[in-house]
Ligand binder design. Structure first.
Ligand SMILES: C[S@@+](CC[C@H](N)C(=O)[O-])C[C@H]1O[C@@H](n2cnc3c(N)ncnc32)[C@H](O)[C@@H]1O
Length: 449
């Protein structure tokens, strides 16, 4: 991933991307759960709306494959063609390992895949820069740290803010990796952008002096991933960095006013900040944008059958109907039973009633201090359902289009981080590491000094 080929400079790319995001903000600039509350459907450009309301699954798939018949509005064709300019080029990291995790260690298939995919990239980078110690930031229960030791024999210092996780990591080590005691150590520290001296002190305390350090982090969420980049830039003994960031939408918001959101760490680089200031970007680069940038769950939407696609759209529509009723009726909601999951829905009105029933089993609804009668709740939900029944295709359309722009939105967020490192004199690359089908956390930032 990098600046897409169609742009000569980073500034051009940012400017064009911001103009694009502003123009098509109706595709993403709202909470998906609030799409009916915010009356989003009333603002979709009308020529598209008429076209979309009669769209079949085949039509939808065709337009994504670039097959346009005479019915497709020219502005929609223009939109789809202009997307190509923003497509990032991916560098794939293809080495995958067989990783046999300790029996009953609680590792999910997804986590195993992430470790299997990220570890070889860390190893390659360490090899190239003769790193003798890996610092795993936000180490959690230490799964990655242990793997790097057991597979490659690296000394690892895991740094973790949560005391609970720290104790759990040591318990995990005692139980499954007792042999790693002297080589894999964990410390409690809350990493900030100015933690350089503290980290160096911990390295010295636990491993004497390390010459060449590789900093890593798997699922370095929200602001942590940016703090890691600042730390790496300042820490001269750190020769390499391999970080897989996540949860961009959890980045701290400094100020929220008039539907504008000003984030602490996005944008983070000077070049992005400069371009952002020329636009009123705070109106349309908000949490929904950052959420879309890190949400890859719908990436395979274009291969779904009609029924699978309806089913996904229906889940979204039902949730939005629920939100609209809750807001209109000013319901106060308490969780009654956290055990029951909202059922996935099948194909018709019964599915909606089943959904309403599940909601009633899960929540208590109060209105003006009194518990709401189940029949009244069902009636309100049903009324809203009838009003929106014909909008299913619009949900389907938005779902597909959000999925279509997800990749370029994530590239935009990651490019800002690449530029942050660049302004510190460092070269950074973005690699696609995991398989989307198994883990939505696909990308790693790789940087060397
Ligand atoms: C999503 S978890 C990932 C844990 C682990 N790397 C993994 O993949 O299993 C993020 C971890 O980072 C830790 N963390 C978050 N912010 C931190 C900070 N500023 N300093 C140190 N640890 C932090 C959290 O407590 C949590 O354990």
């Amino acid at each position: 991933m990098a600046i897409p080929k169609s742009f000569e400079t980073c500034n051009d790319y940012i400017q064009e991307m911001l103009l694009f995001l502003e123009k098509y903000q109706w595709l993403y600039n709202y909470r998906n759960t609030h799409i009916l509350v915010e009356k989003q459907f009333s603002i979709i450009a009308i020529p598209w709306k008429d076209y979309i309301l009669n769209l079949s699954q085949e039509d939808l798939q065709n337009i994504f494959m670039g097959k346009f018949d005479h019915k497709v509005p020219s502005s929609l064709i223009h939109f789809l063609k202009s997307l190509e300019a923003f497509e990032p080029e991916l560098k794939l990291s293809t080495v995958k390992l067989d990783f046999v995790c300790p029996h009953n260690s609680g590792l999910s298939k997804k986590k195993i895949h992430e470790i299997q995919s990220l570890a070889p990239l860390i190893e390659q980078t360490c090899q190239a820069y003769q790193c003798d110690l890996i610092v795993d930031i936000g180490s959690g229960l230490g799964y990655l740290s242990h793997f790097l030791y057991s597979k490659y024999n690296y000394k690892v210092l895991g740094l973790e803010a949560s005391e609970e996780f720290l104790h759990a990591a040591y318990r995990h080590q005692e139980k499954y990796h007792p042999a790693s005691r002297g080589c894999v150590k964990f410390c409690r520290i809350y990493i900030k952008d100015d933690s350089c001296e503290d980290v160096e002190r911990l390295i010295e305390e636990h491993f004497n002096k390390a010459e060449n350090i590789c900093i890593t982090g798997l699922h370095a969420c929200a602001d942590l991933s940016i703090d890691i980049l600042h730390l790496f830039a300042k820490m001269k003994s750190a020769k390499a960095l391999v970080v897989m960031p996540c949860c961009y939408h959890r980045i701290q918001c400094k100020v929220e006013s008039n539907r504008c959101e000003y984030f602490k760490n996005f944008p983070s680089s000077l070049v992005f900040k400069e371009e952002f200031h020329k636009h009123e970007f705070y109106r349309f680069i908000r949490r929904p944008f950052l959420r879309l940038a890190c949400q890859r769950r719908n990436f395979n939407i274009f291969n779904l059958s009609e029924e699978e696609s309806n089913c996904q759209a229906r889940s979204w529509m039902f949730r939005a109907i629920f939100q609209a009723v809750v807001e209109e009726e000013k319901y106060c909601i308490r969780v009654k039973s956290s055990l029951e999951k909202l059922k996935s829905v099948s194909n018709d009105d019964d599915a909606f009633l089943e959904y309403v029933c599940t909601l009633q089993n899960k929540f208590v609804f109060e209105q003006a201090g009194s518990i709401c009668n189940a029949e009244v709740f069902t009636e309100k939900m049903w009324k809203k359902y009838l009003e929106n029944q014909n909008n299913l295709i619009l949900f389907k359309f938005l779902m597909a289009f959000q999925a279509r722009i997800q990749n370029m939105c994530e590239n935009f967020v990651l490019m800002d981080r690449v530029q942050l490192l660049k302004q510190n004199g460092l070269t950074c690359d973005i690699r696609k590491v995991t398989d989307d089908f198994v883990s939505p956390r696909c990308f790693a930032l790789v940087c060397v000094r």
